[in-house]
Design a protein around this ligand. Structure first.
Ligand code: IMP
Length: 179
């Protein structure tokens, strides 16, 4: 079934149940990996707000959550390579175990930028948890990338927090652009 968002059409790619199941699996992995620690989940806004919320609901170890905001797409369907810093972390991360929560890693440009920016603040560790990864678009390896929800093709997607022209974030599943 096709869905119309602004001037484009999209079709289902990943359903809400599959997202829920995978998110629970990742949370269990985080529970095990960070046992006896108190990690800080850093959600990268806007796209990761739903994923961060669903992830934290399934984390059972002590955990903090905070957000930072970057923008890198400017409403189109391909990267502009420009990153706009909208707001910074409000907490001191020195000595903390950071888990960056992203909606999608495409070229890897944004996540590299964020990792470099946070590393100088001397956290104990940084790992990245992304709902989606486009492996064929990734331009350089991201060693910190430890938790991946789903690998997808080089296609433009919306839903579950991801937008096209700021629309579509409220869709329960992930939809891909009909070509
Ligand atoms: P990267 O810097 O190329 O890795 O792109 C990462 C950012 O671009 C993500 O956090 C999203 O905001 C945006 N992005 C990349 N691919 C898509 C997509 O298919 N749909 C919506 N936004 C995307």
């Amino acid at each position: 079934m096709k869905t119309n968002i602004a001037d484009l059409y999209f079709e289902p790619l990943i359903g809400a149940e599959a997202i829920d199941k995978r998110t629970t699996e990742i949370a269990k992995q985080i529970n095990a990996d960070y046992k006896d620690r108190t990690p800080v989940l850093v959600g990268v806004l806007n796209g990761s707000f739903l994923f961060t919320a669903d992830l934290i609901k399934n984390i059972e170890i002590p955990v903090e959550v905070t957000f930072t905001k970057l923008a890198s797409y400017y409403g189109g369907t391909s990267t502009t390579r420009k990153i706009r810093d909208d707001f910074d972390l409000t907490i001191n991360i020195k000595g903390r175990d950071i888990i960056l929560v992203e909606d999608i890693v495409d070229t890897g440009n944004t996540i590299h930028y964020l990792i470099d920016k946070l590393k100088v603040r001397e956290p104990a560790s940084i790992t990245v948890c992304t709902l989606l990864l486009k492996p064929k678009a990734l331009e350089s390896a991201v060693p910190e990338l430890k938790y991946i929800g789903f690998e997808i093709e080089n296609e433009f997607v919306v839903g579950y927090g991801l937008d096209y022209k700021e629309l579509g974030r409220n869709l329960k599943g992930i939809y891909k652009k009909v070509s």
